[in-house]
Design a protein around this ligand. Structure first.
Ligand code: GTP
Ligand code: MG
Length: 495
């Protein structure tokens, strides 16, 4: 048939022998359609092999290897034709350990009638080898296994710092990080975040390490997400989605939950079209449509309805909160608000000052919901101290917007205490991130006291440098050393 049509014909064959897909290509190539996600277990082969014809003399080419690697196919076989009849079958498969610097091997071409070995036995032996070379620890079972990817036009140093933070974010979301890849590019293509070669390299690595998730440090546009997901069945998310996921896990209060859901839906909305395209390509449109409305439109409308409802609920919750705050205002107790980069030690400081037990952990975004406590100052003055969500670089705009009512608390503060983690190598940039967010929120008109925290973790030299800066050094874990901070805070409140 291939010879008659003068086109390549390809089959995707399941291990059971069932033909999943028949692909008719043109003279020189076939395009494998996006798979209907057969398997997503990291580190395993797809369970599908591809066999296609080739009209010339060429067996396996680069394109075939790309498909083999990116789709984790069991095998890729190319049948060459001679005078319209089968000549030789060329087969390539992936290997868990590179052979001669390559992640795949080619078998010796044979006439299709003279194949000796069972391809199923070959595939199963291979898969066992993949599993054997990648032992998983008991404790890691059930966790997402991710490769972190950064594609940037900036400097390597900056990309590395940002990657370190992405790593921390992943850890805070209970994701096991298997590897990190930084690619520096002169320009970033608006449609393709990665070149084909790099994508293939990442796919091969994910197979070798058993990853099931790719996390990009950059925010991806819908078409960039698609350019990756079209070639792989790994889940692909970006930093923003990771942050949203952490927030969704941490939100405890009703308000927090509403805010997060709102932010997630808003983030999802423009990205919906991607999935619909993939869907309609698979189902061919017919059957995927309801009466006069596509599934996408239904989804869109449902989400918009939900967003509108969330907005109403949030408004109601906001009114309650306003009420509570106005009571506090009447009593005329000054409010001190702790602000700062995530993991700086805000909750720890609140706990030490007020002998409370707010959750303080070595995780990013440990705190989401605001907490207030009473605090009596040494010179007999009573204040309320509040702790809230931490800041981070490139905080997604929708997320910031979603937290508007939480952040509103800050506007009532008589004093902001900016907690800085001086043990973090990037603390100078973190100060800038926090202060510029405060400016954006127009909070820079409130007096702000810089507190250099975790001073116990840095050496003498660094400490001397800090003491020259404007602010006070503290160790939030040590109540005895907090007096200078309290004195300065009180002085600023009195001023
Ligand atoms: N060594 C040392 N560790 C500290 C100090 N202050 C806080 N930590 C630790 O830093 C980690 C983060 O502290 P948190 O108080 O949770 O930080 P946070 O600013 O509330 O962070 P988020 O709520 O995640 O934004 C915890 O493991 C604390 O034990 C300090 O002065 N010295
Ligand atoms: Mg906290």
């Amino acid at each position: 048939m291939s010879a008659e049509l003068n086109r390549r014909i390809g089959l995707l064959i399941h291990r059971s022998g069932k033909v999943e897909t028949v692909i008719v290509g043109d003279h020189d190539r076939i395009v494998i359609p996006p798979l209907t996600t057969i398997r997503t277990a990291g580190g395993r082969l797809q369970g599908l092999r591809c066999v296609h014809t080739s009209l010339g003399r060429v067996g396996i080419n680069d394109e075939d290897i790309m498909d083999l690697a990116c789709l984790r196919l069991d095998l890729m076989s190319v049948l060459t034709l001679r005078d319209g009849l089968p000549e030789l079958i060329h087969t390539a498969h992936l290997v868990p350990e590179p052979v001669a610097g390559r992640d795949w091997v080619m078998l010796t071409p044979v006439h299709p009638a003279r194949q000796q070995d069972s391809c199923i036995e070959l595939i199963e032996a291979l898969e066992n080898e993949f599993i054997r070379t990648r032992p998983t620890r008991e404790v890691d079972q059930g966790l997402d296994r991710a490769i972190l990817v950064s594609v940037t036009t900036g400097s390597r140093g900056r990309a590395a710092d940002s990657m370190a933070e992405l790593n921390e974010l992943a850890r805070s979301a209970d994701v096991l990080v298997l590897d990190t890849i930084i690619q520096l590019r002169k320009q970033i293509h608006p449609r393709f975040i990665l070149g084909r070669g790099k994508l293939m390299e990442i796919m091969l690595r994910s197979l070798r390490l058993g990853a099931n998730l790719l996390i990009f440090d950059q925010e991806l546009s819908p078409s960039q997400i698609r350019s990756v997901t079209d070639h792989t069945d790994l889940r692909v998310i970006d930093r923003t989605q990771l942050i949203l996921d952490i927030f969704a896990r941490r939100a405890l209060s009703r308000e927090g939950k509403l805010q997060i859901e709102m932010a997630q839906l808003k983030y999802m909305l423009p990205r919906l079209s991607t999935r619909d395209d993939a869907l309609s390509r698979l189902t061919g449109g017919i059957g995927a449509r309801g009466p006069g409305e596509t599934k996408l439109e239904v989804d869109r409308r449902r989400i918009n309805d939900r967003i509108a409802r969330l907005a109403r609920e949030l408004k109601a919750v906001g009114r309650e909160r306003y009420h509570r705050r106005s009571l506090r205002r009447k009593r005329d107790v000054p409010v001190i608000s702790l602000v700062g980069y995530t993991n700086a030690g805000k909750s720890t400081l609140l706990n030490t000052l007020t002998r409370s037990h707010v959750q303080a952990r070595d995780l990013l975004f440990a705190t989401l919901d605001p907490t207030s406590r009473r605090l009596r100052f040494p010179q007999d003055m009573e204040v309320i101290i509040t702790d809230t969500v931490g800041f981070i670089r490139n905080l997604p705009a929708d997320l910031l917007k979603a937290f508007e009512s939480t952040l509103e608390e800050l506007y009532e503060a008589a004093l902001l205490v900016h907690v800085i983690d001086v043990s973090n190598p990037a603390y100078v940039e973190q100060i800038e991130v926090v202060e510029s967010l405060l400016r954006d929120l127009e909070l820079d008109r409130i007096p702000c006291l810089r507190v250099f925290n975790k001073i116990d973790l840095v050496d003498e030299e660094a400490r001397a440098g800090i003491s020259r800066m404007d602010g006070v050094g503290i160790c939030a874990l040590d109540p005895a050393g907090l007096t200078p901070f309290l004195q300065q805070a009180q002085a600023m409140l009195r001023a």
